[in-house]
Design a protein around this ligand. Structure first.
Ligand SMILES: Cc1cc2nc3c(=O)[nH]c(=O)nc-3n(C[C@H](O)[C@H](O)[C@H](O)COP(=O)(O)O)c2cc1C
Ligand SMILES: CCCCCCC(=O)C(=O)O
Length: 386
């Protein structure tokens, strides 16, 4: 399908099926989608996926403070939604955020998400904390684009090994998540006594890793508890500093993006360290309660970065208008997180596909109806602040 027909063809198809008595299987409206997905999940999975609701409200409020000013009579009959990042062409500015332990919401888990992402043409970022090994996700995707997200552990051999595996599996960029060096005070999960990793879930990349296995007293198949304990011991490393980035650069040839940057001074440090891209993110409001909304953090960071490296934004992207706002304020791309997990919870692989196809259709129509043919035309003048 040509990018410029995402919106109209999808919309027509849904209207026509509706006239024939066939309503969409999953809610089209994103708030209703969230509600339906929450109703379908166990209280533990729901609590884990939601995280801190007040921080997410902060992210949403930031998007709601900006409004698009549509422009008229600009011939938007042909549209090009593609972008270029690190010398590669991607069909739209959307990527799927790395999300760990996806099997807690549906048995299709990461393999289902990988197949859906490949079918729809949205690049997927594999999480270090995935249920299954990254090689299985890569296999499910064929040649479709994928990146890898690293949780930088205390075990240097494991880090080196997983980076090599990610390159081998065709990942095109490395996302290093900086904001989860400790797990935050997550009241719902503590109340539910629920952390999937303590049950051995989300360890697919660790249990399959030769360096991780070498560090264990006995194979995880014989002593699963020892593997969980070792994972908990090495999973994060709060002692990392900016100086450690040199190690990373020496262990990968992929472009490196830092995820979790919110302060312009940190953006400057990343530039000084020769980092290739930044992900402006408050981790979907899951880490620091009361943290600045990602969208509010973006303009001062964009000012410092001044186009030298790409900026990606996540946390609170729920509909096409949010993407336009993020790009107008300086991002080149965005990550979608929970919305695809809601699709997964409701319908497995098919649910994810449906949510993503609706998102793309909305994106194409909203870009056109705002008066633009491509992302290069979206700029500060696109928006007004309420
Ligand atoms: C259940 C869950 C698990 C997550 N796991 C990871 C992860 O393994 N690695 C990572 O870098 N970020 C992780 N994140 C954060 C996402 O990558 C992303 O920053 C966030 O979900 C974006 O916000 P959104 O959900 O509002 O779109 C996780 C988020 C959720 C909701
Ligand atoms: C002890 C493992 C924590 C994994 C964190 C996954 C994540 O990013 C999140 O829950 O948020």
């Amino acid at each position: 399908m040509a990018p410029s027909s995402y919106g109209l063809s999808r919309q027509t198809q849904i209207y026509l099926s509706g006239l024939q008595g066939q309503r969409p299987r999953f809610p089209v409206d994103v708030e209703q989608l969230e509600q339906a997905a929450h109703a379908a999940m166990s209280p533990e999975a729901r609590g884990y996926l939601s995280g801190m609701t007040e921080s997410m409200q902060n992210n949403r409020a930031a998007f709601e403070r900006w409004h698009i000013i549509p422009r008229m009579l600009r011939d938007v009959s042909e549209r090009d939604l593609s972008i270029s990042l690190f010398g590669k062409q991607y069909p739209t500015p959307l990527l799927l955020a790395p999300i760990g332990v996806q099997s807690i919401v549906h048995t299709d888990g990461e393999a289902g998400v990988a197949r859906a992402a490949a079918a729809v043409g949205i690049p997927l970022i594999f999480s270090t904390a995935s249920t299954i090994p990254l090689e299985h996700m890569a296999e499910a995707m064929g040649d479709a684009p994928r990146w890898f997200q690293l949780y930088w552990s205390k075990d240097a051999d494991f880090n080196a090994s997983i980076l090599a595996r990610a390159e081998q599996a065709g990942c095109e960029a490395l996302v290093v998540t900086l904001d989860t060096y400790l797990l935050a005070w997550r009241a719902q999960d503590i109340q539910n006594a629920y952390l999937p990793f303590l049950l051995g879930q989300g360890l697919g990349n660790y249990l399959s890793d030769p360096a991780f296995r070498r560090a264990l007293p006995r194979p995880p198949e014989e002593d699963p508890q020892a593997a969980i304990n070792y994972f908990l011991q090495i999973f994060t490393n709060p002692s990392l500093t900016w100086n450690d980035l040199t190690w990373l650069r020496n262990h990968t040839r992929l472009p490196i993006l830092l995820k979790g940057i919110l302060h312009p001074d940190d953006a400057q440090k990343a530039l000084d360290a020769g980092i290739d891209g930044l992900i402006v993110s408050n981790h979907g409001g899951r880490q620091v309660a009361g943290a600045i909304a990602s969208l509010d953090a973006l303009p001062p960071i964009a000012q410092v970065v001044n186009g030298q490296i790409p900026l990606v934004l996540d946390s609170g992207i729920r509909r096409a208008a949010d993407v336009i706002k993020a790009l107008a304020l300086g991002a080149q791309a965005v990550l979608i997180g929970r919305p695809y997990m809601w699709g997964l919870a409701l319908g497995g692989e098919e649910g994810v596909k449906e949510v993503l196809m609706n998102f793309l259709a909305d994106l194409d129509l909203t870009l056109a109806l705002s008066g633009y043919r491509s992302w290069t035309e979206v700029c500060a003048d696109t928006l007004t602040r309420a």
